[in-house]
Design a protein around this ligand. Structure first.
Ligand SMILES: C[S@@+](CC[C@H](N)C(=O)[O-])C[C@H]1O[C@@H](n2cnc3c(N)ncnc32)[C@H](O)[C@@H]1O
Length: 395
């Protein structure tokens, strides 16, 4: 399958005038090619048998705490028939935790809920349908937020955990005082090899051969002749003093997604949880190498030209952009906090349990308390993740 995807990529590159595709297109194909893309394959990605863990895999406590905050919001604002919509739900475990908690705490409100899942991967949508089967509520699945927006208008809460970090990114590098967009070509065909001026000195050192490919095509980086029009304004707005060699990523499609979310949500809240930062902290010399990372069997690596379609590729989310794009379409920022602060403010510590069983292997309470620690540790998930709450309310 890797070789099919490599062939497809080479064909796409050959079709271009300069024999390169933008990194953003390369990443989109690696993750979302209909048949061979990483997220589209019938294979576990999240959890023990996959490539990475998410907060909902750490324990039910994450979903329970998020659920309490959602419940409070729904009650305070008297939503009569609220919708809970999750975008990019993976295995469905977070929605499962949230629904379980609401059913326990407020059966009346639970009975009035409708559930919408937006999931691009048919494999994940299938697992989600199974894991949410026991909740006898009206449920609906869409592939993208744009598709959902064409069909839905509702009041309620839209949430996501690690959805925006899966967006393909434009990769941009500064050289000799100018910003260049990175493109990917392959060894035999890349015309820019002859035009040395387009090739980044740093990039020349990152040629990586994929050993399983008999014809040993080597994917390599170059500079595109021009930066994509959709990111020129963002590039112009970057701080002037950033050093040569600095790399940044710009998530594609954020504005369109915010438009779609806002057009569906008549009244309610959008909660986006992810690793990332404000633009000020992301586009800072201390992050000179950018934040692009790959995950394969629970190991992080930076070799995104390898294991094509077999590993996750991801980048930190620029939350300032989510806020700006949201603001433009009436989603007003209510709060932007670190995950630990959000969970503490929503009572995660009160969920810690006293226990007599001190065997770390058998004690359920100890496991739960360990999960709390993991979720709020400032040096771990608690400090890395951010929670953005945007609202559209009629007051
Ligand atoms: C990193 S996983 C997060 C899973 C889950 N939220 C959790 O906390 O365990 C990303 C999920 O988003 C889905 N996804 C990625 N891009 C998407 C898109 N554009 N639209 C809808 N779902 C998407 C993936 O298939 C996957 O289920």
């Amino acid at each position: 399958m890797t070789s099919e995807l490599r062939k497809y990529l080479c064909k796409e590159m050959k079709n271009q005038k300069n024999k390169m595709i933008r990194f953003v297109e390369f990443m989109a194909i690696c993750l979302y090619h209909q048949e061979f893309g990483y997220y589209m394959k019938r294979r576990n990605k999240v959890g023990k048998k996959g490539d990475f863990y998410t907060s909902s895999q750490v324990g039910d406590i994450f979903g329970e705490t998020l659920s309490d905050s959602i419940l409070l919001f729904l009650k305070q604002n008297e939503f009569s028939n609220p919708v809970l919509m999750e975008v990019g739900g993976g295995t469905g475990s977070l929605m499962q935790q949230i629904l379980t908690r609401i059913r326990e705490v407020d059966a009346q409100l639970y009975a009035r809920l409708r559930v919408i899942m937006v999931e691009i991967s048919p494999y994940h949508a299938h697992i989600q349908k199974e894991s949410l089967q026991s909740f006898s509520l009206p449920k609906m699945w869409y592939k993208t937020v744009e598709e959902a927006a064409r069909n839905e208008r509702f009041q309620g809460v839209i949430f996501s955990n690690e959805y925006f970090d899966a967006f393909p990114v434009h990769l941009v590098e500064k050289a000799r005082g100018e910003w260049y967009e990175i493109g990917i070509g392959f060894e035999q065909e890349m015309e820019t090899k002859k035009k040395k001026s387009y090739i980044s000195p740093a990039s020349n050192t990152v040629q990586v051969a994929d050993s399983d490919e008999a014809q040993s095509v080597v994917f390599l980086e170059g500079y595109m002749p021009e930066v994509s029009p959709e990111i020129t304004a963002i590039i112009k707005g970057l701080p002037k003093g950033l050093p040569d060699g600095m790399r940044i990523e710009v998530q594609a499609g954020v504005s369109e997604v915010m438009d779609a979310l806002s057009s569906m949500l008549e009244r309610g809240r959008v909660i986006s949880i992810d690793y990332g930062d404000s633009a000020e902290d992301l586009y800072h010399p201390s992050r000179k190498n950018g934040t692009l990372a790959c995950y394969y069997q629970h190991q992080m690596n930076e070799e995104y030209l390898e294991r094509i379609g077999e590993q996750d590729i991801t980048a930190h989310v620029n939350f300032s952009r989510l806020m700006e794009c949201g603001d433009r379409v009436g989603l007003v920022t209510k709060s932007f906090t670190r995950q630990d602060q959000f969970l503490l403010a929503n009572g995660i510590l009160e969920k810690a349990q006293d226990h007599q069983d001190t065997d770390p292997f058998t004690s359920v309470a100890m496991k739960r308390n360990r999960a709390i620690q993991q979720l709020i540790l400032p040096s771990g998930l608690g400090g890395l993740f951010r929670v953005l709450i945007q609202e559209k309310l009629d007051r």
